[in-house]
Design a protein around this ligand. Structure first.
Ligand code: SSV
Length: 144
């Protein structure tokens, strides 16, 4: 079995809307938090590369919703590596409410990012940085 990277979040009041449930767009934000934490934890050098010519471009992103969540909920955002192809990395996310010893799947999402570099004539595809490739190896559904 391949692993998953878990980001813990407790829903804040300002993430809810007038009817009290979480506004849909925050699920996308949490994907961003999760991947950012992954880089900070497992491949911090990649964040430094972003100060140079290297760019990580989000090329697609989606969320499917199954149940509402509310302020105070403890949610795990469980990220898995879906695939690594060429200069792209695709991730899948399970949003699971973990409370009172129960787990409830609230939503599922996915996104892919492309490794690029800023060249004279715009963005060009770039290889996945070695540090990121190494950090992802243990999550690889093909070789993991
Ligand atoms: C600045 C910016 O756009 C950051 C993008 C971050 C992308 C991070 C990709 C991490 C992929 C991790 C996959 C892990 C699967 C278990």
């Amino acid at each position: 079995m391949t692993g998953r990277y878990v980001h813990h979040h407790r829903v804040t009041l300002d993430e809810t809307n007038v009817v009290g449930n979480v506004y849909f767009a925050h699920y996308v934000r949490w994907q961003g938090h999760c991947r950012e934490q992954f880089l900070l934890d497992r491949a911090p050098g990649v964040l430094s590369l972003l100060d140079g010519d290297f760019v990580l471009v989000t090329v697609d992103c989606a969320v499917e919703f199954y149940a509402e969540s509310f302020a105070g909920d403890r949610i795990e955002i469980r990220m898995e590596l879906e695939r690594m192809t060429g200069n792209r990395v695709a991730m899948a996310f399970d949003y699971v409410r973990c409370q009172d010893g129960r787990e409830e799947l609230l939503a599922r999402g996915r996104q892919s990012v492309a490794c690029m570099r800023r060249a004279a004539h715009g963005l060009q595809p770039a290889p996945i940085p070695d540090e990121l490739r190494a950090a992802l190896a243990r999550y690889d559904p093909v070789r993991g």
